[in-house]
Write a protein that binds this ligand. Structure first.
Ligand SMILES: Nc1ncnc2c1ncn2[C@@H]1O[C@H](COP(=O)(O)OP(=O)(O)O)[C@@H](O)[C@H]1O
Ligand SMILES: N[C@@H](CCOP(=O)(O)O)C(=O)O
Length: 303
């Protein structure tokens, strides 16, 4: 492809961990950020509209721009001066991969502006290195539900079949929890028993997502590596868990590092699960947005 003067990239939100798959599995959701880059001689300008626009930096510290610059450092070129227009649809610091949208968006936009000098898998490796874990940036880039593993060299990515009857319900509270803060509360070591617990439950989760087997999903959506330490950072976690399961959900997990909570259910119960989770947070005086979302299957798209 040839060098172009402008590019627009849309990147989906992502829900990472899915319970036992800490730092290795995530799914893209039909909720998007849009980033438009236009070459301009007059220097960098960043304009933000949409959800919580006032909270996004508009100088060189902006994460989207940082990723854009990282790309040019990688190809050993000077980044062009650009006008950046950001349309936010993914709430910030809520566990829906907003940082991943910025990292993927900046890298993909730069690659497209320069006529795609590097491959998509190269973009993915750069994104993982920048974010520090693959479970948001990989599904954000590729779409769908993805599992990522590495033995230290390259990353192996596999798509995880998601049964059409498995419905994700997200409950987004009006308070934030930064990923860095939620990672700080995690222990540096885990017991063999907890490692085995999560290994087995992740395997069951993969089979439950593929088949839609409710019994497998009910058991699989448990974790001992991160949620026991993070739930204390999310007021109402236990109440929402009880409410969601009572309304028919297979189970509830923390979306990414939170505070958004994710329930998995079937189409028959999704509306009841939404209502139950919303009511549970309202009873605690917490405002939230609760909705069922479909999986995004396309990932980052540029035009
Ligand atoms: N669209 C965006 N453009 C620029 N920076 C963004 C964007 N979305 C998120 N960020 C950056 O990512 C930070 C949130 O990252 P993080 O704490 O990991 O939360 P999340 O769970 O949303 O990924 C924001 O404070 C902001 O600095
Ligand atoms: N595995 C990470 C996922 C962070 O997801 P985010 O959406 O909160 O950025 C973690 O749990 O720390």
């Amino acid at each position: 492809m040839s060098v172009v003067s402008a590019i627009t990239v849309t990147v989906p939100a992502t829900t990472a961990n899915l319970g036992p798959g800490f730092d290795c599995i995530g799914a893209a959701l039909k909720l998007y950020n849009e980033f438009k880059f236009t070459r301009q001689e007059s220097g960098l300008s960043i304009h933000v509209t949409g959800t919580e626009a006032e909270r996004v930096q508009t100088d060189e510290s902006n994460l989207l721009y940082q990723a854009f610059v990282k790309f040019y450092q990688y190809i050993k070129q000077t980044p062009p001066t650009v006008k950046i227009e950001i349309k936010l649809g993914v709430p910030l610091a809520r566990g829906l991969g907003s940082s991943a949208t910025a990292i993927v968006g900046g890298l993909v936009a730069a690659n497209q502006l320069e006529g795609t000098p590097i491959s998509q898998s190269h973009v993915m490796e750069l994104a993982i290195a920048m974010e520090g874990h693959p479970d948001n940036v990989v599904p954000a880039l590729l779409g769908g539900c993805r599992l990522a593993a590495t033995s230290g060299a390259a990353w192996e990515i596999c798509d995880v079949p998601w049964h059409q009857d498995v419905v994700p319900v997200i409950a987004i509270p009006n308070f934030e929890l930064s990923t860095s803060e939620a990672r700080r509360v995690l222990p540096t070591e885990v017991s063999r028993a907890d490692a085995i617990f999560n290994t087995a439950h992740l395997g069951l989760l993969l089979r439950g997502l593929e088949t839609g087997n409710g019994q497998w999903l009910k058991t699989a959506l448990q974790d001992r590596l991160h949620q026991p330490y993070r739930k204390a950072l999310i007021p109402g976690y236990d109440a929402l868990n009880i409410a969601a399961v009572s309304a028919g959900a297979y189970g509830m997990v923390i979306s990414g590092a939170g505070p958004t909570l994710l329930a998995l259910t079937d189409k028959l119960h999704s509306e009841a699960v939404e209502a139950a989770m919303l009511a549970a947070w309202q009873e605690k005086g917490i405002t939230a947005e609760v909705r069922s979302l479909s999986l995004d299957t396309q990932g980052a798209k540029s035009f």
